[in-house]
Unconditional design. Structure first.
Length: 286
């Protein structure tokens, strides 16, 4: 082979390399500017991306919204459960405070020096049965505990009633609000000058007042005065608070006064009571 042809191949190779380098340089220089074919492909792909991307975003957002709603529902349910528990705790706390308050008053009454001559039997109300004519509770103390018929039953607020029937372990108590004829309680209003005596012998459920009758017509009675047991019956202790005077009227014959008395004890809310056993057989001072 002649040297010319060998040099010709070398020249072609070098020329090709130069052209290739020039094209690469031109391409690098023009990379920010696309050809019409590149622009067509780029716009077409972008258009399809826009068509499919938005629905995909909406679908993804829809499922995210459902998940948020579900999470919100779960949180709301948990908060409601906590709120219910909170309300229950508040109610239990209030009940405990009330019971604690009642027990403190009962303890104070048990240590009351004015009742030192009497034996006091704390009892729990375990049943209640009442209507317009007969109101009665059952307590968890009976003959085995020294309970006898006729004993007075009280709370720290005032007189509740008297024991009527006694079994070995339980007893029935007729409430002061019982309107039967045999439910009469010797009572009095303590006045600075003299005591005013009468009988508790009736109850008006509409007004929630006891009837303090057989009071001398000349007696001067004022609203707000305290009515207590007189002790003249020989069974109840003297001075057990029954209630406060609400109203005073003269009877239709003008011979005595009829006094309306609001009970001091919470008759409709009885849980703990005290049965008072009287030892003294005589009453001092009236």
């Amino acid at each position: 082979m002649s040297p010319f042809f060998s040099n010709k191949k070398l020249i072609v190779l070098l020329a090709s390399i130069i052209v290739l380098v020039a094209l690469i340089g031109f391409s690098i220089k023009q990379q920010t500017k696309m050809t019409w074919a590149e622009e067509f492909v780029h716009d077409t792909v972008g258009w399809f991306q826009q068509i499919f991307n938005r629905p995909a975003q909406y679908v993804a957002g829809f499922f995210e919204t459902i998940e948020d709603i579900e999470n919100t529902y779960k949180e709301n349910r948990a908060l409601k459960a906590n709120l219910d528990n909170y309300a229950s705790v508040v109610q239990e706390n209030q009940q405990v405070k009330q019971e604690n308050h009642e027990l403190k008053k009962e303890l104070h009454l048990l240590n009351d020096p004015s009742l030192h001559d009497y034996t006091k039997h704390p009892a729990l109300v375990i049943a209640r049965s009442y209507d317009n004519w007969n109101q009665m509770i059952t307590i968890n103390k009976g003959a085995q505990d020294g309970i006898k018929s006729g004993m007075a039953v009280i709370t720290p607020d005032g007189f509740v009633g008297k024991v009527t029937k006694v079994s070995q372990f339980t007893s029935n108590v007729m409430l002061v609000t019982d309107s039967s004829n045999d439910n009469q309680i010797a009572s009095m209003i303590q006045d600075k000058k003299q005591n005013i005596y009468g009988m508790i012998e009736g109850y008006d459920p509409k007004k929630n007042v006891l009837s303090f009758n057989k009071v001398p017509v000349k007696s001067k009675i004022k609203k707000g005065q305290t009515v207590v047991t007189s002790g003249l019956g020989g069974v109840f202790p003297r001075g057990l608070v029954i209630g406060k005077v609400k109203d005073v009227k003269t009877d239709q014959y003008g011979l005595t006064k009829n006094v309306e008395v609001t009970p001091s004890a919470k008759i409709n809310d009885l849980t703990n009571v005290i049965v008072v056993e009287r030892h003294a057989t005589t009453v001092k001072g009236g």
